[in-house]
Design a protein around this ligand. Structure first.
Ligand SMILES: Cc1cc2nc3c(=O)[nH]c(=O)nc-3n(C[C@H](O)[C@H](O)[C@H](O)COP(=O)(O)O)c2cc1C
Length: 207
């Protein structure tokens, strides 16, 4: 696909076909993220890809249930659920999703100097966008997910403990889950969400 076409063909996909995504495809997508720019070239990202495979204790359904359990438990607590209205709906999308790429950072972006925090988050944004566009180029659907925010600690701890059980040495100890990307063959037609007009968002000053 040519670049403009990739941009136009990307939208948020919220329904996926139950067809597995092979490791080679996942590597191609993360490779596109790996090449993204980052402030001072810090590359403040690390990824764990989770699949639907129910033989594996770390699978999409388990991730979805951590999200939906949090929502159900806290739905009457306005403080805990503030901004989380889409958490349950997002968990349902994840449930049978063939692959989810969890995006971690070792940047302590909440406590660190403000400029560094913003730079790290911008860098991660550019990395995820590279991956989203690469997946589109490969004909796959994606959903960029920030709803993991509400259960970032639970998810990170759960994954780290499962990796330890499996004796997989992939250190996430100081890492924080920033967001996730659902990935798979599209199970719904493409539709375009409305956008602000170019005149509403751009001012060109020529003199
Ligand atoms: C940083 C970020 C976080 C997002 N988080 C979620 C999410 O948690 N759940 C969800 O359903 N959509 C999520 N979205 C998708 C947006 O709702 C979507 O991009 C927006 O409505 C525009 O629609 P489009 O992507 O189809 O063009 C997220 C998008 C971005 C960029």
């Amino acid at each position: 696909m040519v670049f403009d076409e990739i941009i136009k063909k990307r939208n948020s996909c919220r329904c996926y076909l139950p067809e597995p995504i092979d490791d080679e495809t996942i590597k191609q997508i993360v490779e596109a993220g790996r090449l993204a720019p980052s402030a001072k070239n810090t590359q403040p990202w690390k990824f764990v890809c989770i699949k639907t495979n129910y033989d594996n204790p770390i699978n999409s359904k388990k991730i979805a249930s951590i999200m939906s359990d949090y929502y159900i438990k806290n739905k009457d607590n306005p403080e805990k659920i503030k901004g989380a209205s889409s958490l349950y709906a997002t968990s349902k999308i994840i449930e049978d999703c063939p692959a989810i790429i969890l995006v971690f950072t070792d940047s302590d972006y909440i406590n660190r100097d403000k400029m560094e925090s913003i730079s790290d988050i911008l860098s991660i944004g550019s990395c995820v966008e590279h991956m989203v566009l690469k997946a589109t180029d490969l004909g796959l659907g994606t959903l960029w997910i920030a709803d993991t925010y509400f259960i970032h600690k639970e998810l990170a701890e759960y994954i780290q403990s499962e990796l330890i059980k499996k004796q997989i040495n992939f250190v996430l100890e100081k890492n924080r889950l920033v967001c996730a990307m659902a990935l798979g063959k599209r199970g719904e037609p493409f539709y375009e969400r409305p956008r602000k007009s170019i005149d509403d968002i751009l001012l060109i000053l020529n003199n």
